[in-house]
Design a protein around this ligand. Sequence first.
Ligand code: ADP
Length: 300
Amino acid sequence: NTATLISGRELARQIHREVQSEILEMVAQGYRRPHLSVILVGNDPASHCYVRNKTRTATALGMSSSTVFRPESVSQDELLDLIDSMNRERRVSGVLVQLPLPEHISERAVCNAVAPEKDVDGFHIVNVGKLSLDQRCMIPATASAVWEIIRRTGIETVGKNVVVVGRSKNVGMPIAMLLHSDRRHERPGGDATVTITHRCTPRPQLKEISRLADIIISAAGVPHLITADMVKEGAAVIDVGINRVQNTTSGELCLVGDVDFEGVREKAAFITPVPGGVGPMTIAMVMKNTVIAARNALIH
Ligand code: ADP
């Protein structure tokens, strides 16, 4: 009895169809197409790849999009000015600054410069605060992706044990925030019992906790962190890790998650692959956030 493979690509297509029909409806009602503006600093290939995926998907779904490229040496002030002009442009529905940024720039200052209602990454301090208070807000795309995967697969969360491996403010924290909170609140939560582990959690402790988990969500960026002996029979395992590793035999660079996929799939009831799991869903949720932002600011 191997695990049911959750296809992030298939679920993403579902979301794409929903987003697409919402855009068609907006256009049919005489409103402007949603527009996504992206700022990309430097030449990290992974960042370029993510941005290309987002802008291509936006176009495919009927939005317009544009990317502003700046070199590694860009000043923080120039970025802030750029964001400010995007904030003020009415036709821009969503503004996204691809992270990470170079050392000399404060990511916090940059995230806080984006108008909260255009903040499709959900990283503005007001959106982070609202998320923590269970208020309606822009939810970070990776966390929404995990949430939608769980919901659309029909995995129960109420009263269940969930372990979130990783506590980053952009990924682990918002995932834990959605899953532990109250389903009756303005922004409904998963009502799960959530344990957050991180780099200071001793491995034996992580194993003890994960073996009790009905859902394991790993966002640590550590290949092979989650092995079969750490997984309860019948658990759902969601792999948020994106690790570029060199294949030992072919020498090729390839993508792996945090989960030892081949081992864990023999034990789990549900598992997400890498690639093709959380990744495509994350992009779909950025699209959804952009349409939500456009809906909240309809313009002719
Ligand atoms: P991301 O943005 O994908 O969350 P980061 O590198 O910012 O990636 O964060 C990785 C997170 O994973 C950190 O919170 C770190 O504490 C956690 N982490 C790293 N190693 C382990 C480990 N062995 N066990 C549990 N958590 C870990």
